[in-house]
Design a protein around this ligand. Sequence first.
Ligand SMILES: [Zn+2]
Length: 202
Amino acid sequence: MSDFSGSLQTLQARYGVAIAVPKGKDLVVVNTHGTQAIDFWALNSANLDEFQSMEHTRSRLSRVIPKVGDAIYSNRRAALLTLTEDTSPGVHDTLLCACSPEIYQEHGCAPGHRSCEGNFHEALGAIGKTLGCTPPPFNLFMNVAVGPDSEVIRAAPVSKPGDYVRFQAEMDVVVVMSACPQDVTPINGDDCTPRDIQYAVV
Ligand SMILES: [Zn+2]
């Protein structure tokens, strides 16, 4: 495994970024402060209509949360990335949609609150690409559990500062990441404060 510390870039809290990750390269995503949930998407860079599908991933893995050695699959059931390292306790979420302007409206926030859905399209636009939908995110470090009555339980991340996940690209992909702007629920920590993260392509 190659060292990534010299290649780290910062993604500002509440914002998103889209980057190209060539086949065979690694992408490392660092939870710098330990409490930040990161909405994460991978798309086939040759055809953005083939994108990450959490439904296909859960079906293919017969597992709700991917583990080290598992791939993230597309809506064409092809492997986009493989999760090759995870220094966190492995608590991530594949169940919930990206936060969106409508969610913040439900929360009673003022119009214009940033969202992971908005970040996804803004980040794609920054590299000259568009997509007509918002695919289901892989919510890194997001702590979502299913309770005994099938209820969804949102809690603060259990990761610690500096925890990271590493993916290897199985095809040329575009990856979009959003440092989730959620500041109403404790999904970004009990103090409800979004924070910066770091990433590296190595
Ligand atoms: Zn979000």
